[in-house]
Ligand binder design. Structure first.
Ligand code: ADP
Length: 471
């Protein structure tokens, strides 16, 4: 997963989908991979500028392996890219900069949403109904050569803005430099914004992004956990970073495989003296995400539901069942939440629900035996809305075919024999396509793959025919 959501891999996965479904995937800024696509970047920008001389774009350069705003800078022209030496050693993504973000209190902000990928096969996605909004600390101005280097104006990273003198730690979840997303929605709603539509667009963005990531994930997954053998049940909590444009369209910035689950922050008590203090807003959002993830992933829940009391009892006598341990954790967490809600001066039961639209009113996963616990924050969106999105799972089906014909389980590469079997089983070899022609086709695709970029050759996959070329 970490590999899949790196900036370059994510850009490539989304681009495959953008090529197939341009309208559906226009929530991701146009991106180029550096250094490989530098010439393409220059040529495409020149072409658009020639056609429309009034176009004055800004681009954002982000190192592939960077995080927390590290190494990011803005440019007005491709010639401003700091190519000298660095890009060879540090590949990057250059991306169209969204110049007109939605502002609140004149400040740019982004949204961190937590998404649980509960299972790959079948695909199950849950979205947390509240997230974090992280604010810049300098009033926003559209990019101009004079302000491009103002990181507190353009980058919303908490890790950067915390160092600004203007950063506001707040005891409330609806003020300060880090707030709950629900407090933003509440504010927008009071101004007449259709927040059901905003939620619905965000949910679509999340589902489409996961659909873009799953084909390659499936290939990685089968090489570690071959099909048909009982393996561990994997899940992942992903952090989606989303920007709302002025016209309220959500834009995907990036996906984090290991989102921070810290619920405290550093506070400078006196110059140079720091202390970790609880962060109310982090706690409000993150505790609920972890609690619901544990609840959903509880392996004993399924066994209980499937009426296997023997296994359950057997294990129960050997060690305390996970559910018991979880119950104790849940109790602690719910106590924590109650304390917090009392501090907030509102009962948890009245905790704000996100807007319910057709798409946004996603249901929670299954009836919960722990009905006394506070409302469930993770909402199932897939397969609940599968019907609306299944037509996008074209590459997923390609990956399934690829996996099926790999031959030896646990590999990432389709060999010549597998390719032949694929052609034969799919009845693709006919009078016009002989087996000799199939072999030549295989060699041709493999050669094209091998001559591809350093970035790909360096990846874990190594030489051979990776799944995305089998199409
Ligand atoms: P990192 O992993 O280093 O945090 P991000 O892709 O999240 O990298 O970018 C850092 C910040 O830069 C984002 O939080 C956002 O504020 C800003 N940003 C990133 N991409 C864009 C973009 N295409 N348009 C506008 N702002 C962006």
């Amino acid at each position: 997963m970490t590999e899949m959501v790196r900036k370059i891999t994510l850009s490539r996965a989304v681009r495959i989908m953008q090529n197939l479904f341009p309208e559906e995937y226009n929530f991701y800024p146009r991106s180029w991979i550096l250094p490989d696509e530098f010439q393409l970047f220059v040529a495409q920008v020149r072409m658009v500028k020639d056609g429309d001389p009034s176009w004055k774009p800004t681009f954002i350069v982000k190192p592939d392996s960077g995080c927390q705003g590290d190494g990011i800078y803005l440019i007005k022209d491709p010639s401003d890219i700091r190519l000298a030496g660095t890009l060879q050693s540090r590949p990057a993504v250059v991306q169209e900069y969204i110049c007109k973000p939605l502002l609140i209190d004149k400040l740019k902000f982004d949204i961190r949403l937590y998404v649980l990928l509960k299972s790959l096969e079948p695909l199950e996605i849950y979205i947390a109904k509240d997230g974090l909004s992280r604010f810049c600390t300098e009033p926003y101005q559209e990019p101009h050569p004079r302000n491009l280097h103002h990181i507190f104006m353009h980058l919303t990273n908490y890790s950067l803005n915390i160092h600004s003198g203007n950063f506001v730690h707040s005891d409330s979840t609806s003020t300060g430099s880090k707030r709950t997303f629900s407090s933003i929605l509440c504010r927008l709603s009071s101004k007449g914004v259709d927040i059901k539509k905003v939620w619905s667009d965000i949910i679509s963005l999340v589902i489409k992004t996961v659909i873009a990531l799953t084909p390659e994930l499936r290939v990685f997954y089968q090489s570690d956990i071959p099909a048909g053998r009982p393996g561990p049940t994997c899940f992942q909590i992903l952090g989606f970073d989303i920007l709302l444009m002025k016209n309220l369209k959500p834009i995907l910035l990036e996906v984090n495989a290991n989102p921070s689950m810290r619920i405290e922050h550093e506070q400078e008590l006196s110059p140079g003296v720091f202390e970790n203090v609880p962060s109310l807003v982090d706690e409000e959002v993150k505790v609920a995400v972890i609690r619901d993830t544990l609840r959903l992933m509880d392996p004993f829940k399924k066994k209980r539901e499937n009426h296997f009391p023997d296994i359950y009892m057997d294990r129960k006598h050997r060690f305390p069942p996970v559910s018991d341990r979880m119950s104790s954790l849940k109790l602690q967490l719910s106590k924590l939440s109650i304390v917090r809600s009392q501090q907030l001066g509102k009962p948890l039961a009245s905790k704000e629900e996100p807007p319910d639209s057709d798409l946004a009113s996603a249901s929670a996963g299954g009836a919960s035996p722990e009905g006394h616990l506070p409302s469930i924050c993770l909402k199932q969106v897939f397969p609940k809305y599968a019907k609306q999105f299944n037509y996008l799972r074209l590459v997923d089906r390609m990956a399934n075919l690829f996996i099926r014909f790999l031959g030896i389980k646990g590999t990432m590469k389709l060999g010549p024999t597998g390719f032949r079997t694929f052609i034969r089983n799919c009845k693709l070899s006919s009078g016009s396509l002989s087996m000799a022609a199939v072999d030549i086709l295989y060699i041709d695709i493999t050669r094209r793959w091998n001559s591809m970029t350093v970035v790909h050759q360096d990846s874990e996959i190594g030489p051979g025919l990776p799944w995305w070329h089998s199409g």
